[in-house]
Design a protein around this ligand. Sequence first.
Ligand code: NAI
Ligand code: MG
Length: 487
Amino acid sequence: MSIEPLGMDAALCFIGGKWCAPETGQTLDLINPSDGSTLCAIARGQAADIDAAVTSAEAALASDWGRATAVERGRVLARIGALVLENIEELAQLEALDVGKPLTQARADVVALARYMEFYAGSADKLHGATIPYLDGYTVYTLREPHGVTGHIIPWNYPMQIIGRSVGAALAVGNACVLKPAEEACLTALAFAELAHRAGLPTGALNVVPGIGAEAGAALSAHPGVHHMSFTGSVGVGKLIQTAAAQNVVPVTLELGGKSPQLVFEDADVDAALPFLVNAGIQNAGQTCSASSRILVHRNRYDEVVSKMAGRYGALRAGPALDDLEVGPLVSGRQKEIVEEFIAKGADLEVAAQGHVVERAPSGGAYVAPTLFTGVAPDHRLAQDEIFGPVQVVIPFDDEAQAVQIANGTDFGLVASVWSENGARQMRLAKKLRAGQVFINNYGAGGGVELPFGGTGLSGHGREKGFEALYGFSSLKTVAAFHAEKD
Ligand code: NAI
Ligand code: MG
């Protein structure tokens, strides 16, 4: 495949403002999940390449990037955002081929990446400290400073959105970044590095080292030159990242997915809820950290919701990303196996409805028919574990207390939504639900880049997105000046 339009060589790393081969010269094959073919070779970065990337980030902090004012940082982020938008079709195509994401969803991710650049461009010169009233003779103020070198390990499901929210905020504060994209999908990360470079981002402010998690990823998370780690991915790897960062006593932001519920009450506007109930489960083939995989429904509306959701499932088609249907393939044959194993665990359950894989879908693609299970006990594995595929379970409840108990009854706590016309209930549940985001009569709020995001429990900790992210990507310094009164 040619990725010439974006001027990068996918088999290289981007370090110190240049494309360079990994030290070992080794590469990995990148697979197109729509048909199983090999797209191209990517670099198999290792510890030596991570080391070079950290050194380059340190050099950037000691020179142009470290000296850039907040206004200058904002301007370069704005230029990156504009270039991203100018290349929307090229980026969307790359993401569709690489992740298997239907084109419309891939385009939405490009727009989100541009929005993150715009938002953090505008916020770079608005992050400031405070003055603190103190003892006589003192002036006390705080400074918000960059951590230094920030490490970013991202997954394959939303590469552009996750680069936007973590690298965008880190750069706005003045950190220099080392990014390790996922081995399953890293083309848009490489394209982003090229666009950022063209937009004038100083040398070394952003370095990208593709590679395997246990190699390049582990090396980055353990590197003593890294001052903050941002990770999005599985719970197991999140624990490894936090453990590695603990050896260097550096902060981590972990976003580890969830089992997010939508609560449909007796008084809900079910027809308004319906598209959200289904789309939140099948968007990106269910491979979304904030996917809504559990639908909790008051018993009096249960049959109606199940039958209306089943109607929508019947119309869902899974097919090649470039066909731009409702659902694409999963990211890899391995992810397809994981999801199929989960579906097999539902052999004792009732399948209320399934979508279908279109006939023209190549047999080598990683397709799974969207599946809706009903009559699921809240403690069933399918109602407890993150499936990360187009699979939803519907669970009945009898009253508000039971709904909250079921909603909060997993180890996760990322997002939740409440469908009800009762204002007091909306407010009560917004407080009671264990989640980093609660939506009332919607789900996801259009994914706004302005909205702080992150979880509790096994969903992780720390907040990204919105202005709040700037606090996480900065370090607070308190300055206390003493100036005795002269008479
Ligand atoms: P993963 O957690 O292994 O991969 C995410 C990133 O971590 C990738 O860049 C990978 O290279 C890196 N990584 C892997 N092992 C590492 C290590 N030892 N040290 C440092 N970095 C490492 O997730 P995977 O295997 O792709 O997916 C497995 C499951 O994880 C999914 O089925 C899903 O449940 C969950 N997941 C959740 C995501 C979310 O958005 N919260 C995103 C991706 C996966
Ligand atoms: Mg893994």
